[in-house]
Structures are given as structure tokens and as C-alpha cells.
Design a binder for this molecule. Structure first.
Ligand SMILES: Nc1ncnc2c1ncn2[C@@H]1O[C@H](COP(=O)(O)OP(=O)(O)OP(=O)(O)O)[C@@H](O)[C@H]1O
Length: 232
């Protein structure tokens, strides 16, 4: 497995207020898979994604990405791991307001050893004609495509998406999912999508369900549905 999650536990709070939010998670994702993580609000999806992303500390267990054991890394090494290996996409796009589309995407390639051409990315993302606009001149879908461009510019091997369509309407959500599918095809990026939307599971190679900080189900999809054919 490219990503291995080994008996992960995570606590918030201290003393009497200490809560176990992840209660022994074991799972894995193969290279170049799309993995969808589903679960009710508060089940621990974002916490798990943040641990994989090295933005929160692991309390117990370990996460191994390629040959990197995250639990063994110093803060500085974690920062390098994030820079070299990961792309992040969030529900709200977090673009830099005074940079254009093109500049926002370029900022994602900063210090990358293996960047994807910004022109190629803008073409794939359908942003070439909008490249000189600022975020406040874009629709939600265009902003999310720019955020995806920024996350992909460094050619990450692992793309972490937290509710990437959460703020978007039906049609735009499907556009973004089609785009993630195309990126997975074209660049072989391993993609993890955390979502409330059950329908998205049908486009995934692998589906994980969480409840109360535990995995309740792991399935692999033998007959995936194309993102454009998903319905909800
Ligand atoms: N920084 C924090 N301090 C204390 N508790 C937290 C913190 N972050 C998350 N939690 C708690 O951890 C649990 C899991 O939260 P998490 O955000 O991972 O769930 P989720 O499945 O992503 O939920 P949602 O779908 O609503 O985003 C929740 O009960 C939440 O209240």
C-alpha cells in the first residue's frame, strides 16, 4: 500500500475533558487510487485527513506514505513532507485575493523539484481565458479550479481534498469531480476525498466509512461510475 494508516488514535483536550476522536484506525490506499472517505458529521474524517496531511500530531499509531513514517518526523521534516508530497484542497478555496488566477497557481509550484507547467494546468482546468482575473472576479467553480491548480502545480503524489464540492452547486460539483477524475488519470495522483455526499463513492476505487472515530466499512469498487454520470 502507498498510504498505510496503522492503529491511529487521536485525542483532543486534557484531563476530564480529554476525548478520543480517532479510536484505532487501520486502513490503506494504493498508489494512484481515488479513495472517498464518508461518515456523519463529527465522525473524524477531517481529523484523519489532517493527520495524513501532517498538520496535526499523531498521538498513537503511525501513518506511512511511500517510505515516510510521519510519526518519526520532526516539525521541519513534516514541513518538507507537506511541501514535496502533498496537495490540499478545501471546501473554501483560500486563494490569495491580490494574486491573479495564474499567479495563484504559480505560487503552488514554489520550491517544487518537479512542477507541472502552469500553462498546461490552466488548459486542463479550463482557466486559460481567466488567467489574468482576480479571485473576486471568478465564480465558485472557477475559484475551486484555481485552488486545484495551485494544489497540483507542484505535481504532488498525494492530493487531499476536504469537502471539495461542499460550497458548490450540482453542476459545478460534477465539473470539479470530473476534473479530479481526469487528474487521477493523467498524472496518476493518489486522491483522498472527504465528503458528506454518498454519491461520490461510486467514482472511487476505494471507499471508507467512519463512525465515532472508527472505520465501519472499507470497500473496493469493481465497477466505478464516471463522475459525469453520478447523480444525487
Ligand atoms: N481542535 C479540536 N479540539 C477539540 N475537539 C475537536 C477539534 N477538532 C475536532 N474536534 C472534535 O473531533 C471530532 C471529529 O471532528 P472532525 O472534524 O474530524 O469530524 P468530521 O467527520 O470531519 O466532521 P464534519 O463532517 O462535520 O466536518 C468532533 O467531535 C469534533 O468536535
Amino acid at each position: 500500500m502507498y498510504l498505510q494508516i496503522e492503529n491511529i488514535k487521536k485525542y483532543y483536550g486534557q484531563g476530564d475533558n480529554k476525548v478520543e476522536v480517532l479510536r484505532g484506525i487501520n486502513c490503506g490506499v494504493e498508489k494512484s487510487e481515488i479513495c472517498v472517505m464518508l461518515g456523519p458529521s463529527g465522525s473524524g474524517k477531517s481529523t484523519l485527513l489532517n493527520l495524513i496531511g501532517g498538520i496535526e500530531n499523531i498521538d498513537e499509531g503511525d501513518i506511512v506514505v511511500g517510505d515516510t513514517e510521519l510519526g518519526k518526523l520532526s516539525r521541519k521534516e513534516l514541513a518538507l513532507y507537506r511541501r514535496n508530497t502533498l496537495g490540499f484542497i478545501f471546501q473554501f478555496y483560500h486563494l490569495v485575493p491580490n494574486l491573479t488566477v495564474k499567479e495563484n497557481i504559480e505560487s503552488g509550484a514554489y520550491l517544487s523539484k518537479n512542477p507541472i507547467s502552469v500553462e498546461e494546468l490552466m488548459d486542463t482546468l479550463g482557466l486559460t481565458e481567466h488567467q489574468n482575473k482576480y479571485p473576486n472576479q471568478l465564480s465558485g467553480g472557477q475559484q475551486q479550479r484555481t485552488a486545484i491548480g495551485r494544489a497540483l502545480a507542484k505535481n504532488p503524489s498525494l492530493l487531499l481534498c476536504d469537502e471539495p464540492t461542499g460550497a458548490l452547486d450540482y453542476k459545478t460539483s460534477k465539473d470539479i469531480l470530473e476534473l479530479l477524475e481526469r487528474i487521477n488519470d493523467k498524472y496518476k495522483t493518489t486522491i483522498i476525498i472527504v465528503t458528506h455526499n454518498n454519491a461520490i463513492k461510486d467514482m472511487a476505487h476505494r471507499v471508507m466509512k467512519l463512525r465515532d472515530g472508527k472505520i465501519t466499512k472499507i470497500e473496493t469498487n469493481s465497477s466505478r461510475i464516471k463522475a459525469k454520470d453520478l447523480e444525487w
